[in-house]
Design a protein around this ligand. Structure first.
Ligand code: PHE
Length: 350
């Protein structure tokens, strides 16, 4: 019992009913110790608004570690708008929701800035920015750094190189087989980039209309369930989190896992199950950092997108070093990543 999974030491959590939309809006600021808290705005259906709160607490805490490991001068935060199950809001409702979100963020006085996440994109950041300046990733022609999903995918590819090098002794992706689970904005890019690298591919999404993406990449289309336990070397989780559980891990046939999905483990103990099965798991907080690295480099440091992309590729070195630490200390990659993040956040005092 480490108690780490219940470490909800958040600085500030706002739960408010949107004045225009009537929807529950949660903004969780986990930490500003290293600087302004950042983290995307998630618009997703939840059975109960308190499930959205739980998600925001977990996701914002993970963002603190993600920023720390990416070497950013930022802490972690997250926004969750809990939508009713069954049906997205209309266009008019969407503007109302986003203005409500903007007002809550404006009330935090700059301690937190948002960005796109599941259910939101760059255009939504323009709408939020009508109420507060703290929104990353507006489209480039609107003065922002644009859609970050391509850069998140660049980071995932960098991570896959480091993972393969550690697990197979070669970072040549053309020698390997991958199952990409989730072909949304990031997963779609990852699949295409893996195809370009000559990899053998299996792909899936709950949305059947994305099948042409798999066909174009020469990937075999399977159901999400089949994809999770596909007979490949590397699993790439690129959909919603929580897919690695005490129930799913025994059925896995891969030997390594790295993908951009946030919070892939249902609970921290699942990292031990993966370790016991000899499956090398690259911590999602390292693998998925490409979007925030790119957005902050362009919007806060005024770098060009090309310079920022070089920074994103640094994820390969970060992951290689964490996997090396895990191997030499006999810990799981999850533990190695977490302790490195805590060290940076607490300046060695943690
Ligand atoms: N989905 C991204 C994340 O939470 C959102 C983001 C991108 C936030 C860029 C800030 C800047 O990691």
């Amino acid at each position: 019992m480490s108690g780490i999974d219940t470490d909800f030491t958040h600085e500030h959590v706002v739960v408010r009913q949107g004045a225009r939309s009537g929807l529950p809006i949660v903004v969780a600021v986990h930490s500003t110790k290293l600087g302004q808290a950042i983290g995307g705005c998630r618009l997703a259906p939840y059975p109960h608004w308190s499930d959205g709160l739980t998600d925001a607490l977990r996701l914002s805490a993970a963002m603190s570690d993600k920023c720390a490991l990416a070497g950013l001068p930022n802490g972690g935060g997250k926004t969750v708008v809990a939508l009713p199950v069954g049906g997205p809001p209309s266009t008019a409702d969407r503007t109302a929701v986003l203005h409500d979100v903007g007002d809550v963020i404006a009330g935090l006085g700059g301690s937190y800035a948002t960005g796109p996440d599941v259910g939101t994109g760059p255009d939504d950041m323009v709408t939020i920015a009508e109420r507060t300046p703290y929104a990353f990733c507006r489209p480039v022609d609107a003065g922002g750094s644009g859609d970050s999903s391509e850069y998140t995918a660049v980071g995932v590819l960098a991570a896959l190189h480091a993972l393969c090098s550690e697990r197979f002794g070669s970072d040549d992706l053309s020698l390997r087989s991958f199952a990409v689970l989730g072909l949304g904005r990031v997963g779609g890019h990852v699949l295409r980039m893996l195809a370009d690298a000559g990899a053998t591919l299996v792909a899936s999404d709950i949305d059947e209309s994305l099948r042409p993406l798999a066909d174009a990449a020469g990937a075999a289309w399977v159901t999400p369930q089949e994809c999770l336990s596909a007979d490949v070397e590397v699993l790439v989780p690129a959909a919603l989190g929580g897919l690695l559980t005490a129930r799913s891990v025994p059925a896995l046939r891969c030997v390594a896992i790295a993908g951009p999905a946030n919070n892939q483990l249902d609970t921290p103990a699942t990292a031990d199950l993966l370790h016991q099965r000899g499956i090398l798991w690259a911590p999602d907080i390292v693998v998925s950092a490409g979007g925030i690295i790119h957005a902050t480099a362009v919007e806060l440091l005024n770098e060009t997108s090309a310079q920022a992309t070089v920074r994103v590729s640094g994820i390969a070195d970060t992951l290689a070093s964490i996997l090396h630490t895990a191997r030499t200390t006999g810990s799981t990659p999850a533990e190695a990543a977490r302790s490195r993040a805590r060290q940076r956040i607490h300046g060695g005092r943690g």
